[in-house]
Design a protein around this ligand. Sequence first.
Ligand code: F6R
Length: 617
Amino acid sequence: MCGIVGYVGGEDAAEFLIDGLRRLEYRGYDSAGVAIFGDADIAITRSVGRIQSLADRLGTPPPGTLGLGHTRWATHGPATEENAHPHIGGDGEVVLVHNGVIENYQALKDGLIEKGYQFTSATDSEVIAHLIAEGLAQTPPTDDQPHARYVTAVQWAIGQLRGTYGLAVVFRDKPGFLIAARFGSPLVIGVGRGEYFVASDASPIAGRTDRIVYLADHQLAVLTADGFSVLHRDSGKVRVNIQPLEAESGEVSLNGYEHYMLKEIYEQPDALRNAMRGRLNDQDATAVFGGLNLTPQQLRSVERIILTGCGTSWHSALVGEYMIEELARIPVCVEYASELRYRNPPIENNTLVFGITQSGETADTLAALNETKRKGHRTLAICNVVGSSIAQASDGGVYLHAGPEIGVASTKAFTSQCCVLAMLALYFGRTRHTSFETGERIIEDLRRLPAMIEQALTCDAEVRKVAEKYQSASNVLYLGRRYNFPTALEGALKLKEISYIHAEGYPAAEMKHGPIALVDADTPSVFIMPRGTTYDKVLSNMEEVKARGGPVIAIASSEDTEIRKIADDVITIPEAPEFLQPIITVVPLQLLSYHIAVLRGCDVDKPRNLAKSVTVE
Ligand code: F6R
């Protein structure tokens, strides 16, 4: 994970570095640091905690027109000042920031220690800094090509690394000069006028320049205030493709809300309107997607769909499986991206692979898509962040247009993903079995969604009372069936990640095959049971929990008056067609975890140990 930034140009670097790190804080917030190359020396400042702690420690930043910055999510070594970046190589001749994981770092470290290099951190990244210093020691200076020695040293060093890296490095003896390199961890170069930027993604660069270069794996960029060039690690200069920067700017203030998570929960009606805007076609009773890049022939010949993603995005893939199989009758297989990459399942021709991701930067999802693409399959992204690595790497896709999601716990991205998947189910369905009338009905239902979410949000005060009652629980079960089984998983994940209460989601009927053993007076069960096909069955499961003394909370349809006779607490949501229920039932679950986390004094927007974007495998 981690976020890196770099600057070389005519202005003081510090302002860009700190502002850029704030925008990359979603990638990790254990510790942070900057290196600023002043007149005589490189000043390094590091701090444990958030970017604000670093800014406070920096005070009035030292002047300097070359610099690096880093925000860390610890992989090797705890979150301490020693382990914070930038790291120093040799006797201080190399200063480096790194994002990624070096798998053979221990062997490299042992070799460097034997050569006399001294390590001050437990990180894998410090190994790269010393390796580059060793590379410099092995490469004599030349007069005719002043940059060549530094480039050769970096090439030599990265040639020995096994793992992933996005890195930026400056050299004590080479003012005004920066090298960036990428393998497996994204890196972009912002091309300004007389100034150049390096960053883990486009967000720090948006607003500074509108021209961007996405470095590819094995590429290095050499930057000075006068220009830049891109080289392949082994084969010399490559042609640079400067692209217009498309990053969407969005509302990133709290807008009166106490936390981003709450704000984003309340933004869901608008997020869904944006996801649907221009995509519902009444004339043909179908959905339209400009970016899928599929010919009508390709569309009709799709025989199977794989949906892959991680965490919450994997949950929306499960919802998508129900939707696409039911509405479009195309077999769907849902894969954890982290497993898909290494499982090597047989994938038939005419299979479409969708990577679902809010950030577009999740390393496992990117790797799974690249792996399936390598095998000749069409890979598409359902993604929120415009211009992100996964959006770039896919053959096409659908943007969510949900706006920036800042809270680490995903909320509006989940409902937007489900909404896009419902539209895809309609789109695929209308090329085969779905009739015009059914298409019209689906469109009508989709159009009602934002209002239904608005109505679901009115349960907030009721949910807060339930949260007060159960805030001290140590375990919570979430149970639902069919479309509401993925919602049960999502409700449990939300509670775990922000309130640190252990929670499990299960298909309600599976409960009696094991989890029911957990039921006691201190273990509440949340039943997600709006009216629908399996309502009566889930009701029986609820009775089974009650019979064993377990407290029961029901998320039920507003018209369901009977449920109050059985459940201890009832939170009502508007009636909705079954295929759209998960988009609505998740709202009270998001609010429940939010209120419990607030009541327990947890850091809702930046929970411990997590990061918004998981850029390591
Ligand atoms: C949970 C959460 C994570 C992400 C997962 C995938 O609230 O946010 O589980 O869903 O890390 O992230 P994206 O969707 O960015 O690929």
